[in-house]
Each structure stands twice: as C-alpha cells, then as structure tokens.
Design a protein around this ligand. Structure first.
Ligand code: NAG
Ligand code: NAG
Ligand code: NAG
Ligand code: NAG
Ligand code: NAG
Ligand code: NAG
Ligand code: NAG
Ligand code: NAG
Ligand code: NAG
Ligand code: NAG
Ligand code: NAG
Ligand code: NAG
Length: 419
C-alpha cells in the first residue's frame, strides 16, 4: 500500500535502500515500468600523485536517486545518481519480446574528495561497457545471485543479487523468473573463488510483491528463446538465377575461456554473400555479433556441409572456431536437406551449433525454389509415429467393424430362428 502511495506521489522513480540491495521502481503514467533490485560495488583506480594510483572500492550508496531513469516503448534506462555528480546507469532494449541490457555507463567525479581522497585530477570521467548478454523474455524478471564483474578502463563494477524487470507491461512486477546462466549450475555449491560469472547476475529478493514467488527457478536451463528463422539465397550473378537456398534458425554455444556462452544468430539485418561452384559453394552470413561461413562440397553427386567457421564477438573478446572436415546435412545433388526438429552438432570441442527449421540446397537449385527434401532422421521418426498410430487406429476400427458385423449376423440368425 505504501508503495502505491509513493508511486502516486512521485511521477518518476523511487529508490528504497533495503536491508539488502537498492530497490528502484521506475514509473510511467503512474504505472511501474521498470523494476530493479541489486547490489553493486564500484572499484575505481585513480591518480593520487604523479604516476601513483590508488584503488578504492565502495558500495553503491544508500542515498542513490533514480535520476533520469525512463521507460520508452523499445528502450529504457535505469539510472542511479549519487554523491557529487556520480551516476550509474543501464540501458535496456526490447526486440521481438526479448529484452537485454545493452550498455552500462558509470560517470564519476574525481573532484569529490569524500569518495576519491587526494585525487590529482578533478575531472568527471565516464566509462561504458557492455554487460554479459542475457536475453530475457518479456514479462519475466531477470534474476542473478551470482557475482558479475564488469571490467572497464580503471573501473570494475561488481553486481550481484540482481533482480530486474525492464518493460513491465501491466504495472506490476512479474512473478516469473529468468535466471542467469551462472546461477543455474551453482545453486548447490556456491563458488568459493572470486570468479567472473557468465551473465548479468541478479538475486531473488521478493521484497515488494505481495505474493512470494513460489518457484523461483522454474526453468531447468537458462535457455534463449528459439532463434528467428533466417532465409538466405544466392544468385549466380546480379541478374542470374538462384543457385543456393538456405533457411534456418541458428544458435551457437561455446566455451570462451572457462565461460559458457550461448548466442542466437539474428537474421534481421544480416549481410549475406558467397558463391556457387560446381564442386563447392559458400555462404557467408554477417550479423552484428556473429560471422559464420558455411562451405558445402559436392562430391560424387552428394552434397554436405564440409566446413564451418564461426566468429563471435562477446564482452570477453572474439571467439573463433572452425572445422574443415565436417560431413553434415548430406543429401544428393538436386535435392535439398531438411530438418525441422531442433538439431545440435558438435563442431569443435569448444563449439556446438543448434539448428531450427533447417532446409538447405547448396547446389542445383532450379526455378528459385527448393527441390525435393531429404529429411533428417529426427523428422522421419516424428513422421513415423503418426503413421504407426494411424495404422493402429485403422486396425482397431477394422476389428470393431468386423465384430459388429459378426454380431449382427448372429443376431439376425437367432432372429430368424425365433420366428
Ligand atoms: C611518470 O611516468 C612517465 C612515463 O610513464 C615518466 O616519463 C615520468 O618521468 C614519470 N614521472 C614521475 C614523477 O615518476
Ligand atoms: C563491496 O565493497 C565493500 C566496501 O568496500 C566491501 O566490504 C565488500 O566486501 C565488497 N563486496 C564485494 C562482493 O565485492
Ligand atoms: C580543475 O583543476 C584545474 C587545475 O588543476 C583548475 O584550473 C580548474 O578550475 C579545476 N576545475 C574545477 C571544476 O574544479
Ligand atoms: C508466468 O507464469 C504463469 C504461471 O506459471 C504462466 O501462466 C505465464 O504464462 C507465465 N508468463 C510468462 C511470460 O512466462
Ligand atoms: C579489476 O579487476 C581486475 C581483475 O581482477 C584487476 O586486475 C584490476 O586491477 C581491477 N581494477 C580495478 C580498478 O579494481
Ligand atoms: C521471500 O519469500 C520467502 C518465502 O516466502 C521468504 O522466506 C523470504 O524471507 C522472502 N525474502 C525477502 C527478502 O523478503
Ligand atoms: C543486370 O541487368 C541490368 C538491367 O537489366 C543491366 O544493366 C546489368 O548490366 C545486368 N548485369 C549483369 C551482370 O548482367
Ligand atoms: C528488422 O530490424 C528493423 C530495424 O532494426 C526493424 O525496423 C524491423 O521491424 C525488423 N524486422 C523484423 C522482421 O524483425
Ligand atoms: C557435382 O559434382 C559432379 C561431379 O562430382 C558434377 O557432375 C555435377 O555437375 C556437380 N553438380 C553441380 C550442381 O555442380
Ligand atoms: C570439380 O571436381 C572434378 C573432379 O574432382 C574436377 O575434375 C573438376 O575440375 C572440378 N571442377 C572445378 C570447377 O573445380
Ligand atoms: C575462420 O575465420 C577467421 C576470421 O575470418 C579466420 O581468421 C580464420 O583463419 C578462419 N579459420 C579457418 C580454419 O578458415
Ligand atoms: C543434442 O541432440 C541429441 C539428439 O540428437 C539430444 O539427445 C541431446 O540432448 C542434444 N544436446 C543438447 C545439449 O541439446
């Protein structure tokens, strides 16, 4: 109740310093539109004398104010202002009913001697950094108890016990939780070492909600939503005919150092190029953060995915993996290969790809459309099940009909006898 009263009084935002974490309610038109509850430590290295620097670490102060926090349709900002001209903010964007934190910005004023004693400089500095990407389905809260350390130039930001919901739709925080990857395997054994966690961390603090979240981790895996299906085609030349067709949704999962990462390939905005040859065709897809090169081979009238080279940009740097000795997606030249079921393939010991609604034809495309499809085993099996069920039903119907006619015949026979 007090929360509602407060929301009406303040049009913009509220900060509560809870016993644990800072809680922020950002409102728009008096309705909750962004919720955050988090713990944040800031560690800053600054010069105290010529060539001599000092590092201080402090918690986000309790008197932080929600500054210029704001909510728009597809983007929103959580901003916390504190002390003499310091601020910390996160930008969220929404796309295809999935939101994510895009940029974290920390602005600090070295002139504030209470925070930065003996600072040589009196400048106000700003660092921006991309957080570890977590894709959060809309209408769910992102939760991460694990620590996430975001390293920027001269600044480390440590987040933990984070619970955030951006793009709140109906004015109240969702009870559904999307947990970060780091939380899932570590729920039983808390990490003893100070490890950088996989994704943005958030804690489950059921502070404001009237109903406590009964099940905080309903999801067995911190899965991304099914990737968007992309449709790609190549032509022999500018005015030529289509010579390669490929439709699929793609997810990559890889180990970068000790960190497990998952990314969906985003077809929207993807640049694609390549070539069609008699013995080899190539498709190169370039999205914002993933570049993928697929090389198909045609030998002895059969085609296969022969080589795959994946380059992914993450916060930890660039991940590259390639295998030039694959035999995947095989079918005869003149047909296409299809697999509607989710499929996974180990490309290297560090990289696995997941495909969704796959259909490819790298050779012998005629009239700009896919030729007859050779289906993968998984599809074929799912196709067999309805057939088996159908056959069983048919047999059952025959038996019932047979029993009926036999019964009828007997009845008629006895009927005649009774006359
Ligand atoms: C500071 O470092 C620079 C080079 O990094 C050096 O030229 C300069 O002499 C140093 N100043 C002091 C006071 O040590
Ligand atoms: C956060 O900073 C405070 C004050 O420097 C320190 O006592 C605490 O251990 C830090 N916590 C973490 C998780 O780094
Ligand atoms: C910052 O320091 C410089 C010289 O050290 C001084 O000229 C300037 O006025 C100071 N600026 C502020 C905002 O204090
Ligand atoms: C949230 O959970 C409820 C009940 O478990 C479910 O009906 C609803 O669809 C969920 N919403 C989302 C966005 O997952
Ligand atoms: C940030 O963390 C890294 C790795 O732990 C450390 O080397 C660096 O000194 C830290 N920087 C600051 C400003 O705390
Ligand atoms: C969250 O809810 C649980 C279960 O009702 C309760 O035990 C716990 O104290 C609550 N936590 C907070 C921070 O209110
Ligand atoms: C494609 O067609 C346009 C117009 O019809 C023509 O100007 C151009 O030269 C053609 N390009 C090729 C590679 O044939
Ligand atoms: C693709 O992205 C553009 C701009 O980012 C957007 O306007 C468009 O709606 C998107 N299309 C789809 C199908 O998501
Ligand atoms: C595939 O390779 C065979 C020879 O191995 C060749 O005869 C055939 O034309 C090639 N198919 C295409 C579509 O280039
Ligand atoms: C394709 O492979 C065949 C047999 O290996 C070879 O004779 C032919 O020259 C190759 N064609 C091209 C365009 O490389
Ligand atoms: C994969 O692509 C990257 C970037 O284009 C390149 O540096 C690397 O050599 C390629 N690897 C293979 C095996 O082709
Ligand atoms: C990969 O696919 C197989 C079936 O083809 C399935 O049993 C397995 O669970 C999948 N692995 C992952 C990590 O999804």
């Amino acid at each position: 109740m007090s929360r509602h009263a407060a929301l009406v009084l303040l049009a913009f935002g509220l900060v509560f310093q809870m016993s644990h974490g800072i809680e922020v309610n950002v409102t728009k038109d008096n309705k909750l539109c962004l919720y955050a509850n988090l713990m944040l430590n800031l560690s800053v290295s600054y010069e105290v004398a010529a060539n001599k620097s000092q590092t201080i670490e402090f918690e986000l102060p309790a008197d932080a104010k929600p500054g210029d926090s704001k909510c728009e349709d597809a983007s929103s900002t959580l901003m916390l202002k504190f002390g003499e001209g310091h601020s910390w903010s996160v930008n969220f964007t929404l796309k295809d009913k999935v939101y994510q934190a895009d940029v974290i910005t920390f602005t600090y004023n070295l002139n504030d001697s209470t925070v930065f004693p003996n600072s040589q400089s009196n400048e106000t500095l700003t660092v921006t950094e991309k957080p570890h990407t977590a894709h959060v389905p809309m209408d769910t809260c992102f939760s991460c108890k694990s620590k996430e350390v975001i390293e920027a130039d001269k600044v480390n930001m440590t987040l933990w016990d984070v619970l955030i919901q951006a793009f709140v739709t109906n004015g109240s925080k969702s009870e559904n939780i999307t947990s970060c990857a780091a939380d899932v395997p570590t729920t039983q054994v808390p990490p003893t070492t100070h490890v950088t966690s996989t994704t943005t961390a958030a804690p489950v603090t059921n502070t404001t909600s009237t109903a406590p979240p009964a099940t905080t981790t309903p999801m067995p895996t911190p899965t991304l939503p099914t990737p968007t299906i992309g449709k790609y085609s190549l032509k022999t030349d500018e005015n030529g005919t289509t010579c390669l067709l490929a439709n699929f949704g793609l997810r990559i999962a890889f180990m970068q150092g000790k960190k497990y990462q998952e990314m969906n390939f985003e077809p929207n905005g993807t640049q694609f190029s390549g070539f069609c040859g008699a013995n080899s065709s190539e498709l190169v897809l370039v999205s914002d953060d993933i570049t993928i090169k697929l090389t198909f081979a045609n030998d002895t009238k059969k085609f296969r995915l022969h080589a795959l080279n994946v380059t992914a940009k993450t916060n930890s740097g660039v991940f590259v993996a390639a295998n030039t000795n694959l035999s995947l997606w095989e079918a005869s030249v003149g047909s296409s290969y299809m697999c509607n079921k989710e499929q996974n393939h180990t490309i290297t010991s560090l990289l696995t790809i997941y495909t969704f609604n796959l259909q490819v034809q790298p050779f012998g495309v005629t009239k700009d459309v896919f030729s007859t499809a050779v289906e993968c085993q998984a599809d074929a099996e799912s196709f067999l099940v309805p057939i088996a069920v159908g056959v069983a039903l048919l047999v059952l119907i025959l038996i019932v009909l047979l029993a009926y006619f036999i019964g009828r015949k007997r009845n008629m026979a006895t009927g005649y006898e009774s006359f």
